[in-house]
Design a protein around this ligand. Structure first.
Ligand code: CTP
Ligand code: MG
Length: 231
């Protein structure tokens, strides 16, 4: 079977406060989105990369993928989950097969190591419900009420912070997302849609270097990791 990569890149990056969407900001000579895409293109086990773009996107054309048969684009939606759902529908309508798997990765995470793509692919043998990269909490974790008063301290060994890529069977993930959306569930990552559908995805240990660029201060950190190499 084949492994597709899906890259939701249709967000506006509101928290970044920049003129252009954050995935199109440059670090050295390349945009953040290019780093994210290239990690999958370089990987021999990834079949094709599907990038979900905003209907108003005016930056994609300047990226060097026009003649690359392994890079396809589709139109994303209002929320991240809508962009992922659109990409999955696009794959199913083109050449997706029931036995295919899909790796969903945020455009805004350019510091992914190919080692972690390998580890996710390997996890498939023991995790039929799929898996997500995640890291353990470093700080002590507090649960608080709306007034920011602590209610309790949560056992840190039970807390994991989900990253991407998240890796699932294509057909199962598509059904899970479609039914979660139909039932009005909030879906902030693929694993949560799978959980809602009754599956139990695994955790594959990621890296704290695999940051999601969200605010201005994250740019410097990403540029440091990228210039030092991320393996
Ligand atoms: N994304 C998407 N479609 C949306 C919203 C987000 O494809 N409607 C993508 C973003 O482009 C990003 C990834 O999902 O690569 C993770 O989302 P996030 O970091 O929240 O990006 P933005 O939504 O763009 O940023 P913000 O929430 O600050 O506006
Ligand atoms: Mg967002």
């Amino acid at each position: 079977e084949r492994i597709w990569a899906v890259i939701p890149a249709a967000g506006i990056g509101a928290r970044m406060n920049s003129d252009i969407p954050k995935q199109y900001l440059k670090i050295e000579d390349k945009t953040i989105l290019e780093y994210s895409i290239n990690r999958f293109l370089e990987h021999s086990k990834i079949y094709k990369v599907v990038v979900a773009l905003s209907p108003n996107d005016s930056y994609w054309e300047e990226l060097p993928y026009k003649d690359n048969p392994r890079v396809l684009t589709t139109t994303g939606g209002v929320d991240r989950v809508d962009s992922v759902a659109a990409a999955l529908a696009f794959i199913r309508e083109s050449e997706g097969a029931e036995s295919d798997w899909v790796m969903v990765h945020d455009a805004a995470r350019p510091c992914l190591s190919s080692r972690h793509i390998d580890n996710l692919i390997t996890s498939k043998e023991s995790s039929p419900d799929g898996a997500t990269l995640a890291v353990g909490a470093i700080d002590t974790v507090k649960q608080a009420n709306k007034r920011q008063t602590i209610e309790k301290t949560i056992d840190r060994d039970m807390v994991w912070l989900a990253q991407t890529p998240q890796f699932f069977p294509l057909g199962t993930l598509k059904h899970a997302i479609d039914s979660a959306l139909k039932e009005g569930q909030t879906v902030t990552d693929e694993a949560s849609a799978m959980e809602f559908a009754g599956y139990h995805p695994s955790l594959v240990i990621g890296s704290r270097k695999n940051i999601k660029i969200t605010e201005q201060e994250d740019l410097l950190l990403a540029s440091i990791w990228l210039s030092h190499g991320i393996d």
